[in-house]
Design a protein around this ligand. Structure first.
Ligand code: TXA
Ligand code: MG
Length: 342
């Protein structure tokens, strides 16, 4: 069993210096980014990287993203920068996007799960950048949750999941985006979105004519399939409650959920709503401002249903806008693809 005395740090420069020392010495530090909290270790320290997997209970075949604070770090990580990658980096970095490139052989297999490619992200969050700068190292970091749980968007989520399992957690408040970065495979001639995020295919098309969205973004991986993004094959974003997505026109969604609530009257039910539909005294968490707001609150709310000891959650999905794909991708996974179209 892991039993570490976890330091809770602030974001002032003295605290960042303490966190950077921990990284340099092979320890683990959870830190905020503009998407979700990450759990970081030196990307060049194989033992430290392996400890990330232990702390999260993460399957060893699910590779990590390496975080940088400057393009000067790229040669130590990647073999070549394709034209696609260059365009996306110039357009969107620093920011909530990750590019996959052919890896530099120096990068240890623990980071890339033995793949020939590495995921690189240049975050825009001040604290994340200061930590990388003070450590003078690229930082390998997955989301700072226990494997399978919703990604953490506030420090308390990280404390709940990882306290006693990591050396330090930096409390940097709430993450802005609320969903993880857009992951784009840039190794080929056409970029492929492996995981949707706040930077959408439409945003990318302003710079590159053709963008492919990987088929696993909205459907689950069959047993005999090997997805391009290893993370897609694992159970994800699951609260303890059973989640159902009810998708369609607002009034029909309300009708269906009311029907389901009465069928499940023996269970403690909750509703995740993105409309003004009313469900009486049923515990309801409501998102605002379309799917950007849904994305921002989704993980926080999934954790809140657990705090309320909810058995079953009915999640509305009624709005189609630019951020639909990033919300649906997480929502479908948290529901284990239990989707009711009305
Ligand atoms: O916003 C984010 O991306 C956050 C913050 C902390 O930066 N990080 C994050 O990491 O979400 P993680 O490990 O939870 O998700 C990374 C995803 C996984 O699905 C993984 O399989 C995929 O990226 N990935 C990493 N390296 C890859 C590679 N070389 N090829 C394909 N997919 C890769
Ligand atoms: Mg994750």
């Amino acid at each position: 069993m892991i039993n570490i005395d976890t330091k809770i740090l602030r974001t002032d420069s003295a605290s960042i210096a303490v966190a950077a020392e921990i990284i340099k010495n092979g320890g683990l530090v959870a830190f905020p980014t503009e998407t979700v909290y990450g759990l970081g270790a030196s990307a060049f320290n194989e033992n430290a990287v392996k400890n990330i997997f232990k702390a999260k209970n993460r399957p060893m075949d699910n590779p990590l993203i390496v975080h940088i604070d400057s393009f000067d770090m790229l040669p130590s990580l990647v073999r070549e920068i394709t034209d696609n990658a260059k365009i996306l980096m110039d357009a969107f970095m620093p920011g909530p996007i990750t590019v996959i490139l052919k890896k530099n052989p120096e990068i240890c297999d623990a980071v890339t799960a033995g793949l020939d490619t590495v995921a690189v992200r240049f975050p825009s969050h001040k604290c994340a950048l200061e930590l990388i700068k003070a450590s003078k190292l690229p930082i390998a970091a997955p989301s700072a949750n226990l494997s399978g749980k919703p990604s953490p968007t506030i420090s308390r989520h990280v404390i709940d999941d990882l306290s006693g399992r990591v050396e330090a957690i930096i409390d940097g408040g709430e993450c802005e985006a609320g969903v993880e970065s857009t992951v784009v495979d840039c190794t080929g001639t056409v970029p492929v979105i492996l995981r949707p995020g706040i930077i959408t295919d439409e945003d990318i098309k302003e710079y590159i004519d053709t963008v492919i969205i990987d088929e696993h973004v909205l459907r689950s991986v069959e047993e005999n399939e090997q997805p391009k993004c290893p993370g897609t094959k694992y159970k994800h974003y699951s609260p303890d409650a059973e989640v159902y997505v009810i998708e369609g026109e607002k009034n029909k969604v309300a009708e269906k959920i009311k029907e389901l609530l009465s069928e499940n009257a023996d269970k403690k039910a909750g509703v995740l709503s993105c409309t003004d539909n009313s469900y009486g005294d049923v515990f309801t968490l409501r998102t605002e401002n379309g799917n950007a707001g849904y994305a921002h609150s989704l993980f926080t709310y999934l954790r809140k249903f657990d705090e309320e000891k909810t058995d079953i959650v009915f999640a509305e999905f009624c709005i189609n806008d630019k951020y639909s794909l990033s919300v649906k991708n997480r929502l479908y996974k948290s529901a284990g693809n239990k989707i009711i179209y009305v």
